[in-house]
Every structure is written in C-alpha cells, then in structure tokens.
Design a protein around this ligand. Structure first.
Ligand code: DAH
Length: 340
C-alpha cells in the first residue's frame, strides 16, 4: 500500500507547487479527489479486495484521501496568498510621483466676452439689465420706430410663436432699450447682453441663434461726440492698443442720425490686410442718437432728453479678438476649440 500512496501523493506534491491560479487548482483537485480522480478509482477497487483485507484497504484509501485533501487545501491557501500579493503589487501607488493633472476647463469664450463687456461698461458707470427672449412685436419693432414695411419684420426673417402674429423670438437686443426706458426715469446708462434669433441658415458668419449686446445712454445735451468717445473707449479696452473709430452714416429706424461703426483693423494697424479687405477698417457696431419717435413712444420728452444707442454681436467681437473664422465653432462643443 505504501507504493500506492507514493504513486499518488508524491506527484500531487510536485504538481501543487507549480499551480499559479484557481483554475489550475481546480484541474488538479479533480485529477486527484474528483469523481473520476485517482482516489475515486481506488475506492472503486475496494469491492474487489478480499473481504478480510477490505477494511484495512478502505481505511487506507480514506486516509489517503484526507492526506490529499490536506495537501490541496494547503496549496490553495498558497495560491490565494500569491494572488493577493500580486494584486497588492499592482495597486501599489507611489505617492511621491506627480499626480495626474485633471483639466478643470474654461469659461466658454462667449461667456468670457460677455464678462469683458460687463466689466468695461461697468467701469464707465453703466448698469447691466436683461430682457426677455420672447418679445412682442411692439417692443421689438413698433416702439423702435420700425414700420410695418421694414424688411426686419418680414415673416421670413423672424421666428413667430405659432398661432400669434404679435409674439416673436426677439431679433435684436434693442427692445431692452424700450423696456428699460418704460420703467426708468432718465438719465440712465445701461448695457444689455443676451441671445437673439433670426431665420438664418447657419454658416461661418450666420446662426439662427446668436448673442448681442445693446447699449443705451440717456441724458441732457447728448451728442454724437459722446457716442464716439464712448465707443472708442470700449473698443480700446476690449481689443487693446489705442483704437480709432470711424462713423459711417447708415440707416437704423430707431436712431437719427444712424451709423455703421468701424474700428481701425487690429490685425494690420490700419494698413490694410486680408481681415479688413485692404481697407484698414472693420465694421463692428451699429449706433446712433436715439430717434425722437422712440423717446416719445416710451413717454420721454425729446425736447428735454437725448441719448445714444449702440449694438453689436458678441460672437462678432469675440471672433475678431481671438481670430476665429467660423462662428459655428462656438456651438460645436469641440474640446479642441473649447480648450483654446
Ligand atoms: N439692433 C441692430 C441690429 O441688430 C443693431 C443696432 C444698430 C443697435 C443701431 C443700436 C443702434 O442700438 O443704435 O442690427
């Protein structure tokens, strides 16, 4: 019987030392103590043994099984210990190494731009006010002296709220002038940023929803000189350097006189380049002296009060400042753009 024991226990001891994981352990276990294993084979032999030796042989096989199980048990513990050590090694952290840097992100360029505009105009004593994006046609057009025939009122250019012919998504921030004057006694100075809507196909310079800011200053004896100085100050603080302003007469129904305002090109210093198309000037704002009809519409006496107003696109001034050529980048949320 000793040689039977040796034939089974010795190889088991050899094999158990080599196993590296639980799967290998299972294979080994079934090879020795499994249903079809070496020891089960011996158990089946018991019946064939002569009756007087049967008891002794039975006890031998049982002990052999216990011995094999003990060896397996010990082997399993060793494998588990080994696996645990490997795992610990893997998750070991060298706390002296520099940490993984996480990007915390940036404020979106449009938000930064609105903040810059806020700060510049606050420093000049302007108050920030906001108005609704869903507007009445009266605030958006009529009160702003924009007659029925004006192309800005065209159904094609504007989003109307379904079933209503007097409620629209505002097409500019100018109605905030009206709302402010209606509930404020002059003098006043406000700046109003916000989203506006137009029925435009998106391309590099158009979007059906974009941002503008509006400025309004009402006082006594206000002239175009005040307007020009204010815009020069804003553009200098926003773009840096020392900016010059060119007022070109233009038409906006709510101002008289009205101007397209150009700034000297910040890319070439006014010499002429691709961006300014060789002219040295870049169109940047619409502005003018508030039309007497607008003042009357909000209950101000135009003999007593005058003012200037101006408006421009937030995207437009941000594109010029940061050299962005496609407006759609602002809304795409591409991390490569946002991480600028
Ligand atoms: N509201 C005009 C637009 O969206 C911009 C503008 C022009 C605003 C002249 C003004 C202004 O206040 O005086 O195109």
């Amino acid at each position: 019987m000793n040689d039977i024991r040796e034939r089974i226990i010795e190889p088991l001891k050899g094999e158990i030392d080599k196993i590296k994981n639980i799967q290998e352990f299972q294979v080994l276990k079934s090879k020795y103590v499994g249903k079809k294993g070496e020891i089960s084979k011996l158990m089946k032999e018991i019946g064939k043994i002569e009756p007087e030796k049967r008891k002794e042989f039975g006890a031998f096989v049982n002990n052999l099984k216990k011995e094999a199980e003990a060896i397996l048990e010990e082997g399993l513990e060793k494998v588990k210990q080994h696996l645990k050590e490997m795992e610990e090694k893997k998750s070991w952290v060298d706390i002296t190494l520099p940490g993984a840097k996480r990007k915390i992100g940036y404020e979106h360029i449009l938000k930064q731009t609105i903040r810059d505009v806020y700060e510049i105009f606050s420093s000049m004593g302007y108050k920030i006010v906001e108005g609704p994006e869903i507007e009445t046609t009266w605030h958006n057009f009529d009160a702003l002296n924009t007659p029925e025939w004006h192309p800005a009122r065209d159904m094609q250019d504007t989003f109307y709220i379904e079933g209503k012919d007097n409620i629209i998504l505002r097409t500019h921030t100018s109605p905030v002038q009206v709302r402010t004057m209606l509930n404020t006694e002059p003098p006043l100075a406000i700046i109003s940023p916000g989203r506006v809507y137009r029925k435009d196909e998106p391309d590099a310079t158009h979007s059906p929803a974009f941002n503008q800011f509006e400025g309004l200053y009402i006082d006594k004896n206000v002239t175009v000189g005040h307007l020009k100085a204010t815009l020069e100050q804003f553009l200098t603080m926003y773009f840096g350097g020392s900016r010059k302003v060119l007022l070109r007469p233009s038409y906006f129904p709510f101002v008289e006189p009205g101007y397209e305002v150009d700034v000297d090109c910040m890319f070439c210093g006014g010499k002429g380049c691709n961006v300014c198309k060789g002219t040295g000037w870049i169109e940047i704002l619409g502005a003018g002296l508030v039309h007497p009809n607008v003042l009357k519409n909000v209950g101000y006496d135009p003999e007593k009060w005058q003012g200037f107003a101006f408006g421009t696109g937030i995207e437009r001034i941000a594109m010029l400042k940061y050299g962005i050529s496609d407006m759609r980048e602002f809304y795409r949320n591409d991390m490569r753009f946002l991480g600028l």
